[in-house]
Design a protein around this ligand. Sequence first.
Ligand SMILES: [Zn+2]
Length: 428
Amino acid sequence: MKNNIILAGGKIVDPVTGYFGPANVFISDGKIEKVEKRKKDKITGRNVIKLDGKIVCPGFIDMHVHLREPGDEDKETIISGSEAAAAGGFTSIACMPNTRPPLDNAGAIEYVNNRALMAPVKVYPVGALTVGQKGETLTEMMEMSACGAVAFSDDGSGVQNNDLMRRALEYSRTCGTPIISHCEYSDLAASGVMHEGFISSKLGMKGISAVAEELMVMREIMLASLTQARVHIAHVSTAGSVDLIRKAKRAKVPVTAEATPHHFTLTDDLIQSFDTNLKVNPPLRTKKDIDAVIKGLADGAIDCIASDHAPHSIEDKELEFDYAPFGLIGLETTLGMVITRLINKKIISWVEAVERMSTAPARILDIPGGTLNEGEPADITVIDPDLEWTVNPDNFKSLSRNTPFAGWKLKGKAVMTIVDANIVYSTI
Ligand SMILES: [Zn+2]
């Protein structure tokens, strides 16, 4: 179904104007034609979709997703990950370059772009910062940027060499793209498997200290200040990191940041269950850190919410905790977590939530979306805010099942996802 649609009777959320209230959205030729605050007379017609009781907002953008193609197509492909995204209410995703081989050259970026032509949502590749993500030689960032890389990152691990990061930032400023930093000094992380603290000592597991992250956050802030290049801190997990970023923003350093649902909901003490779906990098931290991340999301120190969707096979996650890979999947649970744990608990408003999940990532990556302004692409998410549902990984579109949220009762779910006026997902 394409072209002329009228989304009638819903409440729209538009972070750009701050409006949260009833409106009809007129879509034609793949674009938003106009948004009309609801009048008394009811609109009828064949192309009218009635959305009474639903919330209509600019399509969500997940700027931190791992698709496992090329290399591990049994865990996720560009298509399966995009289908999971559509089901989760995302109209655009940015995919990280740590595939096998990594997306470290223009040909690899073009490969993703070509595969993404068949995807239900928009897929924006993030290019590797260093060749083979080995942390040694910078990639041809200009060339990759010209092919459509929206950012650069060695996500999966931190860039250990300070001078290399400085030079990467200088190049990225020329490209006009941000660098996404997975902040972790590997010598300080010391092959840990969980947060270093009381629980890791109790369990006798190797810990990753908060400082392993915070020291690199501090470095990125100092280098961004020096180079005036944009740095984006991925998956902020500690109270100290949130503090550093908040202060840097006050000092007008060009730094932005994201947080994941698991880092604003789950604590390290849950690892006493030895559920390997709780093994993530950066690790689950303490209640104090969670509270700080939530505060950062509320006051804007943290710009956006990203899933860090990281698919792994059941066999891999069945290994012992020490040997299991890091990561959990989040595309199909992020929105429900945000509504249930942030909006419904009155930590952030609907307008702020849509800002963090749509407008901010569009601005950071400089991609279309994040607004319902006239003439913008009709990328729209429709939500049933009252729908109560239980997370059941068997129903996921993702090829993987590694979620610690199975069995969780959530409230609020995407019921329709529209990309360029095409309905790519609907349960209505
Ligand atoms: Zn990462």
